[in-house]
Design a protein around this ligand. Structure first.
Ligand code: NAP
Length: 434
């Protein structure tokens, strides 16, 4: 027989820290989906106190607000705390207090989880409450629960993600319009796709926080944001994109997390060429996607909106439901043994490279350049010679080689009198290379 939500007598109270973009969506969903949620949880979820910084600001949703955190954190009668304020301080201290007071916590805060997630998870374990953070990685896309639960019987080898909508939007427009980055970024800011200060997005830092969280989950390891080698997209040019296109690739900002044979973990964020045949190549505009390579499951891809009020709120409220159900069933957070796995320095990674060199238009240049590659144990897969005179260029794609060797080779190339400049260099992520 269908469950009748009106029979659900019990009520759990959800306190909110923050009523901005995500908080407003959370309040809206808790209100608009109240009956379905009650039916799914077996208790009604009521919005409790809502804490903001400025109580005088006008709001999109009609809920009472306060600036007194003690009405939520550690407050009698508040069962679940939803943190959608952002930032490390005071969120870290407030959530620690909430967990210690026996409140379950749901957060969308990637910055906090990617730096202090381990200590918060420990506090949640110690106090038999839940800490959920689905929205901290790729907004609406379910990826934390699939990693933690659905793939718990498998072994994940590698995770590749388009984890930042702003940069994917910019790269999509550059690819489709042949445009340079600066005008597309300015337009993205005007349209609200990019922040006035876009550093966190275009610098790769936002994606790095998410990559750290994914690596920790995928490999049962302790990976923090500072472990992630990070390069942003500011140096990507229309020429790079056109060259990639001609060779059958597209350029994406990727978060890559990998467990190597020696159990070391490589985790990096940088722009990369990927073959147009790769499922991630088709992810356009501000969408996010996460591609998982697992031993038994094979390839999986998770796709959707990585940000926005209601999409992000969907993940947050899903977590609230998880926390509420666990509370009613007396279920603790699953305890996962986390190993101390070393982080592989980026110089030790085995990578393929695209290099574009401005060269002198003279006989013998190619052989001198090729000899420099050979000296550094980097073998060339393909090379094209383009332009003439001042415009002469060599476009090279290497085979997979040790990153440190490629870097040393690039330094040596700069010293060759034939090489006027390294016009561009970018990693190629192509598993056909092995
Ligand atoms: N926006 C997205 O699409 C998205 C997607 C995924 C994850 N997230 C994450 O979700 C979190 C919230 O993002 P958002 O975009 O909703 O931020 P936002 O629009 O700036 O909202 C932040 C809210 O928190 C309140 N707040 C901030 N600091 C406070 C403090 N010290 N004390 C009390 N209240 C405080 C603000 O109060 P006032 O309203 O009074 O200023 C505001 O209501 C962040 O961790 C973000 O990384 C966001």
């Amino acid at each position: 027989m269908a469950h009748d939500p009106s029979n659900t007598q019990r009520t759990l109270t959800v306190g909110l820290l923050g009523l901005g973009v995500v908080g407003s969506g959370v309040a809206t969903l808790l209100r608009d989906h109240a009956d379905e949620i009650a039916g799914r949880v077996g208790a009604r979820l009521e919005i409790g106190p809502v804490v903001v910084r400025d109580v005088n600001k006008s709001r999109d949703v009609d809920v009472a607000v306060t600036d007194d955190v003690s009405t939520v954190v550690g407050a009698e009668g508040v069962d679940i705390v939803v943190e959608v304020m952002g930032g490390i301080d005071p969120a870290r201290e407030l959530l620690t207090r909430a967990l210690k007071a026996g409140q379950s916590v749901v957060t969308a805060n990637k910055e906090l989880i990617s730096t202090h997630g381990a200590e918060l998870l420990t506090a949640a374990q110690e106090h038999s409450v839940r800490l959920e953070y689905e929205a901290a990685v790729a907004g609406a896309i379910p990826i934390i629960k699939p990693m933690r639960e659905s793939l718990a019987g498998d072994r994940v080898r590698k995770v590749l993600g388009i984890l930042n909508g702003t940069t994917n939007y910019i790269l999509t427009r550059m690819t489709e319009e042949g445009a340079e980055l600066a005008p597309v970024l300015a337009d993205a800011q005007a349209l609200g796709y990019a922040e006035a200060d876009p550093t966190a997005d275009v610098g790769g830092h936002d994606a790095a926080a998410k990559a750290a969280i994914l690596a920790s989950l995928a490999f049962d390891a302790h990976v923090v944001r500072d472990d992630v080698y990070t390069e942003g997209i500011m140096s990507v040019t229309a020429t790079d994109i056109a060259n990639a296109k001609r060779m059958g690739y597209v350029i994406k900002l990727l978060g890559i997390a990998e467990e190597h044979e020696d159990a070391s973990i490589g985790v990096r964020v940088h722009p990369a060429w990927i073959p147009t045949s790769h499922p991630l190549a088709s992810i356009r505009e501000a969408y996010n996607a996460i591609f998982v390579e697992a031993d038994a499951a094979g390839d999986l891809m998770f796709y959707g909106r990585g940000a926005g009020s209601l999409p992000t709120a969907s993940a947050v409220v899903g977590d609230v439901v998880t926390a509420a159900r666990a509370m009613l069933a007396g279920e603790r957070l699953p305890s996962v043994a986390v190993a101390d796995k070393p982080i592989r320095p980026v110089d030790e990674e085995i990578v393929q490279y695209y290099l574009l060199l401005d060269v002198a238009d003279e006989a013998g240049v190619l052989s001198r350049v090729a000899a420099t590659f050979g000296d550094h144990d980097v073998s060339i897969k393909s090379v094209w010679q383009e332009g003439e005179g001042d415009q002469a260029q060599l476009l090279l794609i290497t085979h997979a080689a040790r990153e440190g060797n490629v870097r040393a080779c690039v330094e040596a190339l700069k010293d060759l009198s034939d090489v006027n400049a390294i016009a561009s260099s970018m990693r190629v992520e192509d598993r056909r290379e092995g």
